[in-house]
Design a protein around this ligand. Structure first.
Ligand code: PEP
Length: 253
């Protein structure tokens, strides 16, 4: 089965208007492969500017804009939060949820992440659900149980069939921003486990869900990672802040 290939940029709390412009110009200068969806997730204040620049460059079919988070609440007194309705109003199509930094720094639980996936889907947004184990968990042989415990609450919340509209990013915490990438064999083995876990609930859905690898992906290692059978693209942090490097990664997917 051919699955949607996706290369998503997570700018985290980085980037500025200059990066918005240089990224759109860099991507406009190449023929982005039609089988790849490029998604750029800047911090909230740049969502509209990025969308407008993409439209001005006629790249709406090739590049989507995503948010790095969304509230599980509809609206109201939640200072500093952004709702799905606000993202819809800004014509945003993707949202990163459950990133390990949200889980560890802001104490987001898997139950809360599951609720966020639910409200995002209800609003027509595509969630990029991040899961991943810590270094100690991998060393203790707990990778599979940790990943299962992160996915199961989402299955319980939305039902397996709704995973047809979900993207999963496997991001081993020890590989994020550290320069320590999982080997392509290790990443493939873990992606295969994730797909098999979903297949226990519904094989057709499992075969359709795009599984992205994230964790120190760069222009030098992306080709080998993306060549693995169960790796359908990447979630890119640091290397997505450099337009030339991100271009190469998009072309490798
Ligand atoms: C990320 O934060 O999602 C990520 C994968 O970061 P990096 O590519 O910098 O490891």
């Amino acid at each position: 089965m051919t699955r949607q290939a996706i290369v998503a940029a997570n700018w985290k709390m980085n980037g500025d208007s200059a990066l918005v412009s240089s990224m759109v110009s860099a991507l406009a200068s190449i023929n982005l492969p039609s089988h790849v969806d490029v998604v750029i997730c800047p911090s909230f204040p740049y969502l509209s500017e990025l969308n407008q620049k993409i439209t001005a460059a006629n790249l709406n079919d090739a590049i989507q804009v995503g948010s790095q988070n969304v509230s599980e609440h509809d609206s109201g007194a939640y200072t500093g939060e952004v709702s799905t309705a606000i993202l819809q109003d800004l014509a945003i199509h993707y949202v990163i949820l459950g990133h390990s930094e949200r889980r560890s720094l802001y104490n987001e639980t898997s139950l809360q992440v599951a609720k966020k996936v639910h409200v995002a889907l209800n609003a027509g947004l595509t969630p990029i659900l991040c899961i991943g184990e810590s270094e100690a968990e991998r060393a203790n042989g707990q990778t599979e149980s940790v990943l299962s415990a992160q996915i199961q609450p989402v299955i319980d919340e939305i039902g397996i069939n709704k995973f047809n509209d979900v993207v999963i990013a496997y991001e081993p915490v020890w590989a994020i921003g550290t320069g320590k990438t999982a080997s392509s064999a290790m990443a493939q083995e873990t992606h295969q486990f994730i797909r098999q876990f979903l297949a226990q609930h519904n094989e057709q859905v499992a075969n359709k869900v795009p599984l992205l690898y994230g964790g120190s992906v760069n222009a030098a290692n992306c080709e080998e990672l993306f060549a693995q059978a169960d790796i359908d693209g990447g979630l890119i942090g640091g290397a997505s802040l450099k337009a030339e490097q991100f271009k190469t990664i998009c072309l490798a997917a």
